[in-house]
Design a protein around this ligand. Sequence first.
Ligand code: CDP
Length: 226
Amino acid sequence: MTTATPLIIAIDGPAASGKSTLGLRLAHALDYLFFDTGVMYRAVTWLTLERGFDIDDETAITLLAEKTHIDVAPASAPDGRACDVLVEGQDITWETRLPDVDASVSRVSAYRGVRSALSRQQRRIGLRGKVVMVGRDIGTVVLPEADLKIYLDASAEQRAMRRYHEILLRGGAADYSEILSKVIERDRIDSTRDVAPLKAADDAVIIDSDQMDADAVFEKTLALCR
Ligand code: CDP
């Protein structure tokens, strides 16, 4: 029996637009692998800061991206993580969410060599199929042959509000206006960089989630899959 369910699903969009929430639910529903590519850029950024490298040192950071073994595995602890992030076998899942990483990740991910090292690994995994891959350039660069491409958007205010509530829910302290300005700054860097800028693929289905909750976005996407 043939099935019309897409084998490769790409979800792209700006920071905090709900890509991971949607991707994770979709992957569970279809019994696919969920792969959040942002964690790889975050892992390289964390390592850069951890080793005390200058964030402007493109050559050293590119070498790090090429040489470091980064792995993503199913969540090993019920602490809110979508998956485990491992660098050379060390679990750095929560380190990748530190404010310092947030503040520098877009600089690191704009480096051409970093992108080509990480995109190559992402593409190899994606081509195996039965995957929901989430990022900024999956439908445009990493897997342009994806069977279904979603571009998930929302206003910067709405996205900052969601991130604000996420932090409060985890018991952290948050400042809404600070989060908003960081979201806007990250969007600016991600969408204006020379290599693989954030944009919707021509054949992507654009979903604006400003007026939709997570359930509605999920149902709409699932309907597109079926
Ligand atoms: O979770 P959030 O949307 O805040 O960010 P993320 O998906 O974890 O991605 C963090 C950063 O990595 C983004 O701001 C991009 O600079 C970069 N990134 C990228 O350039 N390409 C991807 N495919 C995924 C992430």
